[in-house]
Ligand binder design. Sequence first.
Ligand SMILES: [Zn+2]
Length: 239
Amino acid sequence: MTSTFLAHCPRCDGERTCNILGAFEDVWDWTDGEHSLNGQDDHKLAQCAGCTTVFYHKSSWNSENWQCGYHPVTRKEIIFNPRKIETYPAPEKKSQKPDWVWGIGQIDPQLHTILDEVYQAYEVGSFILASVGLRTALDRTTEILQIDPGLSLEKKVKELQEQGYIGETEAHTLSVVTDAGSAAAHRGWSPDQKAFAILITTLEQFIYRVVVTGKAALSLTEGIPARHPRPKKPAKPNG
Ligand SMILES: [Zn+2]
């Protein structure tokens, strides 16, 4: 009977029971007379019991890499060497692109092309290019919503808010998107992964609501009496 172990299958991209086709445990130590290192590399040729993909699996640790933790039963402090897992092939990089973006080509091919390039730039960490792309995607979406194309993008966002497509918080985030291109070009602004994730999530939610699900925003506000204009609040320093 073949022995099995649990491993992350690079093709299923999830933890699976895998058959061990071959294994070799390499226990090693090294010294130059003064310093010493030791560790272990466990090599396996494995086959996923789900998708039958055959892959190489290496689990290793060494004495240089250690962490403090607590024993799961005694709760006593212990020092352990965390294992590093590598597989060949490596799991395919997951796309950041939500599923609905694939279908947006049928609604508006141009918006699909723009978003597709945004996700390509995002996935390789080109946040400046991706931000400029977000701005373009936002502009295209306002065109779909028949906002006056002669307005500046900043004014278009205001228009979106006035027409009830977006709320105040969304308007604030989207106004960051409108500024992204020129901020990157002239003020050396470059969002990090975290900042960009907020921008793209806001735009995704907006596009999904107004383009993919159609009139969701409008039907929510239908029948609700218009709000009385509120006195202008002073601008918040960090919004
Ligand atoms: Zn698999």
